[in-house]
Design a protein around this ligand. Structure first.
Ligand SMILES: Cc1cc2nc3c(=O)[nH]c(=O)nc-3n(C[C@H](O)[C@H](O)[C@H](O)COP(=O)(O)O)c2cc1C
Length: 357
């Protein structure tokens, strides 16, 4: 397809958005100055993606990248969510019109779109520079009109609790056969394999210590995992990961008034604005959403979990909600942020041709 350069630049920016397990659930069609965005439902069929909520966050982040790229190129982007009533796959129409003047903020955010990455390394506990933290808050100014609340959690005891909420995901994931199989079938073991598959987790991005990486290779086989479950290994992983997650300056909790597709799309847009701003200031980030998304799935599909797994998740969600300042909100995302080393590796992306329809 012949696409004009400014649209290509905008689509290339969309491809760089984050997505659960790097599923990249976006597909695009271009019609003159309008980009149509579709949810590729087949790209993420995991329990984490109950009612495509994870995909909607990713698609929201992709929309935000497109708006930022458009503004940086002096185009105004008008986004219409779900333009065809009843068609939930057609997520947005983005219409571009020339003529606006790019702000320094747009230029700054656009400049770091390819640099932003999930960083799963331990961070230092050094507090964020107040000016950087204020910029992250300012990044989502105006989104409260859609009901978005960005709550910063900086107190150490509360961070410890949220780290446990985050890490309980791994405890459940390693003992639930369906989650285990999804995770290990989406793990790639070499740069070559990752470059070929382009989706899922490249092992080096998980930042596992070498002995744990070797164990993971064994645990990919369910009968071996069953043996490790009997030894209590999932709880050991939870404890180790909770310690890593607690090594952060702070946690961020995003919440919305409801749990509609729009609520998750706005969450993705907000997450991306905060993440790009953090990136511009050398702040590392990692979303920690597993327990939140598993809770949605366990409420909607209780049979997919054992009663012990449901209880583990529920206890952590209660702990999370007990810390909320906005009591009637739905938590749609959580992340940790802080200073630290760069990640060991980056996730691969589909090419634009592979996502055009
Ligand atoms: C909705 C959503 C949920 C995510 N949840 C997690 C998570 O719980 N833990 C994690 O380490 N990364 C999480 N991520 C990050 C993705 O794994 C990551 O974006 C993807 O692998 C691509 O890598 P990149 O962000 O470095 O480009 C999440 C991303 C999105 C959009």
């Amino acid at each position: 397809m012949n696409i004009v350069p400014h649209i290509t630049a905008i689509l290339e920016a969309a491809l760089q958005a984050p997505s659960g397990e790097n599923s990249q659930p976006w597909k695009f069609a271009v019609n003159g100055n309008t980009i149509e965005l579709f949810n590729d439902e087949a790209s993420d069929t995991s329990l984490y993606n109950y009612q495509y909520r994870g995909s909607y966050v990713a698609l929201g982040a992709a929309i935000e990248n497109m708006c930022i790229a458009a503004a940086a190129g002096s185009y105004d982007a008008t986004v219409t969510l779900f333009p065809e009533p009843g068609n939930t796959v057609h997520v947005a129409s983005i219409t571009l019109a020339p003529g606006i003047v790019a702000s320094p903020k747009d230029a700054m955010l656009y400049g770091v779109i390819t640099e932003r990455t999930s960083n799963r390394k331990p961070y230092t506990k050094e507090a964020l520079d107040p000016a950087h933290a204020a910029a992250m808050i300012a990044a989502v100014e105006g989104l409260e009109r859609y009901g978005l609340v960005y709550q910063r959690v900086t107190e150490r005891e509360a961070i410890g609790k949220l780290a446990e909420v985050g890490a309980t995901n791994e405890e459940v994931m390693l003992q639930n056969k369906s989650l285990h199989q999804f995770f290990f079938s989406h793990l790639t073991w070499s740069k070559e394999e990752d470059a070929k598959k382009k989706v899922g987790f490249f092992i080096r991005t998980l930042e596992l210590p070498l002995p744990v990486r070797a164990l993971f290779k064994l645990m990919a086989h369910w009968p071996v995992m069953v043996f490790f479950i009997k030894l209590g290994f999932p709880a050991v992983v939870r404890k180790a990961n909770a310690a890593t997650y607690a090594s952060a300056a702070e946690f961020g909790i995003l919440s919305m008034p409801g749990d509609t597709a729009q609520d998750f799309i706005w969450t993705g847009r907000a997450l991306q604005r905060i993440w790009l701003t953090a990136t511009a200031f050398g702040i590392r980030m990692q979303p920690l959403t597993g327990s939140i998304f598993l809770h949605f799935a366990s409420a909607g599909l209780p049979d997919a979990f054992s009663s012990q797994e449901r209880e583990l998740i529920l206890n952590q969600i209660e702990s999370l909600y007990s810390m909320l300042t906005h009591k009637r909100s739905v938590v749609t995302c959580m992340f940790r942020a802080g200073y630290g080393p760069l990640p060991s590796a980056r996730a691969t992306r589909y090419t634009l041709e592979e996502r055009l329809i």
